[in-house]
Design a protein around this ligand. Structure first.
Ligand code: CFM
Ligand code: HCA
Length: 542
C-alpha cells in the first residue's frame, strides 16, 4: 500500500533541519522558505547567493564552469582554451548538450577540447610560456576569429597574468581577437560569478565590433538561451516564421559575428535572466536597447512571449503574423496535451535547477495539470526568487568599451520584497531603476516549499517526505533519486531528449513526462525507508 504522509510545510522544514548542528540549521532555515507562510500574509524573503556551508554536499558548480562551460561553451567559432589541469577542460566540454549548426562552410571548434594541461612544473615555474605556446598553436592550426582563455583555480594561486599573455598574442597576430577571463573556480560562491565575468569580457572585447547592421524589419537579440538539446533551433524556427530577425543569441548556436553585431538589435529578449542580465543592462546603458523578459519554455509562455515582442514593435503586420503562427502551431500542442492529461493531471513535481529553469519549467508542468510541491535554484540571487530587478549603476566609457560596475547587490534592502509602491517610488526618485517581472515565489502556490542551494541530504529527505511523481535536477542528483523509486528527469542536459522549448518542444516534454510518471518500473524499487520506516512514530501514515 502507498504511504500517504500528512505533513504541514512547517513540519517538513523542521524535518529538513533536524539533523543539522544549531549554527548550520540557523543559516539553512533562512534558505528554506515556506512560500507565503500561512501564519503571516506577508511575502516571504529568502537568503540566496551566499557561500555553501563547508561539509554540505551542494549541487552547485564553480565560477569557471559558469564562465567557460555555460556562457562561452556554446560559441562555435571561438577557440576556448582552458589554462589549467586537464580535468577542468574535459569535464566542461560538451556535457551540457549545447548544440550548434555551423552550416556547410562555418567554423566549428566545439568538437575540440583545448587545454594547456597544467603540470607540476608549471605550478612551480609559472605557466605563462605554456599558455602563449598553446595560443600560438591554436592560431597556426585554425586561424580563428577569436581565442578565449579561461583561468582555473591554480592560475589565480600562482599568479599567471593571462590578460597580459593574451594582449601580447593579439598584437602579434593582428587578425585574431585574443582575450581572457579571470574565472578561477574558487571566485564567488557558485557558477553565478562566472556568468558575470563572462558577460563583462564579451561586452568589453567583442560586442560592437561589427559596424554593418544586419537586415531585418524587427531585430531582436535572444539573451540567455543556450541551445541545450536544440531549444534554440526551435525558438529560431518560430521567430523566423513570425518574421522576427534574431541578430544574436547569447550564446546558444552563436558565432563570433553575432556577438560583434549585437548592438544593432532593436530589442533584447531575456530568457535566462540570471546568467545574462549583465549584458542586457550593458546593452541598454550603452546602446539604448531596451530589454524585456521572455520565456519560451511552455506553449502558453511561448505564445505570450511572442505577443510581448509584437507589442513592443506595435506593428500590425507583425502582430497579425504572430497570431497566425500561434493559431497554426497550437492545435498540435493541444492534441498532445489532451493525450497526456489523463495520465499527468494531479501528479506532482519537484524542480531544483540552476538559476531559471526551476521557474520556467513550472509553466510546462502546469500545462500538464501537474503541481510543483517544492522548487529552488542552485545559485540564483534574491531577484530571481522575489521578482524584482535593480539595475546596477553602470558607468560606461564609450570609447574603450570598458565597463566599470558598482555592485548594488551588497545592499539587501534593495531586494526586500515587502517594499510598498511608495518605497519603490522613493528609491526610483533616488536614482535606482527597477524592472518588474515574476520570480519563482510568485509562481508557486501558497504553502509550497522554496529552497535555495538544496543539497544531497535535503533532496533525499524531501523525496522521502513528499514523494513527488517526478524529481527534476542534474546528473549529480539523478541516480540517488532514482534509487528512492522516484523517476528523475534531468532539466540541465535533458538526459538524451529535447528540444523542450517552443511549441514542438512542449509536445516533446508532455510525452517525456507522461512516459516517466506512467511507468510502473519505479514502483518496483524499494527505498531504504520502505524497508525500515524509522519515521513511522513521528508522522501520520495511512
Ligand atoms: Fe540559465 Fe541555463 Fe539555468 Fe544557467 Fe546552468 Fe544550464 Fe541551468 Mo545547468 S544558463 S541559469 S548556469 S538556464 S547550465 S542552460 S541548465 S544550471 S537552470
Ligand atoms: C554547470 C553545467 C550544468 C551541470 C548540470 C548537471 C549543465 O553548472 O557547470 O549537474 O547535470 O547544465 O550542464 O549546470
Amino acid at each position: 500500500t502507498k504511504k500517504v504522509v500528512q505533513l504541514m510545510p512547517t513540519d517538513i522544514k523542521e524535518e529538513l533541519l533536524a539533523k543539522y548542528p544549531p549554527k548550520v540549521a540557523r543559516k539553512r532555515a533562512k534558505q528554506i522558505m515556506i512560500n507565503e507562510a500561512t501564519e503571516s500574509e506577508a511575502p516571504s524573503e529568502i537568503l540566496a547567493n551566499v557561500r555553501t556551508i563547508p561539509g554540505i554536499i551542494t549541487m552547485r558548480g564553480c565560477t569557471y564552469a559558469g564562465c567557460k562551460g555555460v556562457i562561452m561553451g556554446p560559441t562555435r567559432d571561438i577557440v576556448n582554451i582552458t589554462h589549467g589541469p586537464i580535468g577542468c577542460g574535459f569535464y566542461s566540454w560538451l556535457t551540457r548538450r549545447n548544440q550548434t549548426d555551423p552550416g556547410p562552410d562555418g567554423d566549428n571548434y566545439m568538437p575540440y577540447c583545448f587545454s594547456t594541461d597544467m603540470q607540476d612544473q608549471d605550478i612551480i615555474f609559472g605557466g605563462e610560456k605554456k599558455l602563449a605556446a598553446a595560443i600560438e598553436e591554436a592560431y597556426e592550426l585554425f586561424h580563428p576569429k577569436g581565442i578565449c582563455v579561461f583561468a582555473t583555480c591554480p592560475v589565480g594561486l600562482i599568479g599567471d597574468d593571462i590578460h597580459a599573455v593574451c594582449k601580447k598574442m593579439k598584437a602579434k597576430f593582428g587578425d585574431c581577437n585574443v582575450f581572457a577571463f579571470s574565472c578561477e573556480g574558487y571566485k564567488g560562491v557558485s557558477q553565478s560569478a562566472g556568468h558575470h565575468i563572462a558577460n563583462n569580457q564579451v561586452f568589453s572585447h567583442l560586442v560592437g565590433e561589427n559596424e554593418t547592421p544586419p537586415e531585418g524589419e524587427y531585430k531582436i537579440n535572444l539573451l540567455g538561451e543556450y541551445n541545450i538539446g536544440g531549444d534554440g533551433f526551435e525558438i529560431d524556427r518560430i521567430l523566423k516564421k513570425c518574421g522576427i530577425t534574431n541578430v544574436s543569441t547569447f550564446s546558444g548556436n552563436s558565432s563570433y559575428e553575432q556577438f560583434a553585431s549585437a548592438q544593432h538589435a532593436d530589442l533584447d529578449c531575456v530568457m535566462c535572466h540570471r546568467s545574462i542580465n549583465y549584458v542586457a543592462d550593458m546593452l541598454e546603458t550603452k546602446y539604448g536597447i531596451p530589454w524585456i523578459k521572455v520565456n519560451f519554455i511552455g506553449a502558453e509562455s511561448t505564445a505570450k512571449s511572442l505577443r510581448k515582442i509584437g507589442e513592443y514593435f506595435a506593428d500590425k503586420k507583425l502582430i497579425d503574423r504572430i497570431e497566425a503562427v500561434i493559431a497554426e502551431e497550437m492545435p498540435d500542442v493541444e492534441a498532445a496535451r489532451a493525450e497526456v492529461l489523463p495520465n499527468t493531471e494531479g501528479k506532482t513535481a519537484m524542480l531544483f535547477v540552476g538559476g531559471s529553469r526551476a521557474h520556467h519549467y513550472q509553466d510546462l508542468f502546469s500545462e500538464m495539470g501537474m503541481k510543483t510541491l517544492s522548487a529552488g535554484y542552485e545559485f540564483a540571487h534574491r531577484d530571481d526568487y522575489e521578482g524584482r530587478h535593480v539595475i546596477p549603476d553602470l558607468k560606461v566609457d564609450a570609447d574603450s568599451r570598458n565597463i566599470e560596475e558598482i555592485e548594488v547587490e551588497a545592499d539587501p534592502e534593495l531586494y526586500n520584497p515587502r517594499k510598498t509602491p511608495d518605497e519603490i517610488k522613493a528609491l526610483e526618485d533616488a536614482g535606482y531603476k527597477f524592472k518588474h517581472y515574476a520570480g519563482l515565489n510568485e509562481q508557486m502556490d501558497k504553502g509550497t516549499i522554496v529552497i535555495d542551494d538544496l543539497n544531497q541530504y535535503e533532496a533525499e529527505k524531501l523525496v522521502e517526505l513528499l514523494k513527488p511523481d517526478v524529481f527534476c535536477a542534474g546528473i549529480k542528483e539523478k541516480y540517488s533519486i532514482q534509487k528512492t523509486g522516484v523517476p528523475m528527469k534531468q532539466l540541465h542536459s535533458y538526459d538524451s531528449g529535447g528540444p523542450y522549448a517552443g511549441f514542438k518542444g512542449a509536445i516533446n516534454f508532455y510525452h517525456e513526462i507522461d512516459r516517466l510518471v506512467s511507468s510502473k518500473v519505479w514502483s518496483y524499487m524499494k527505498a531504504p525507508w520502505q524497508e525500515s520506516p524509522e519515521l513511522t512514530g513521528t508522522f501520520v501514515w495511512e
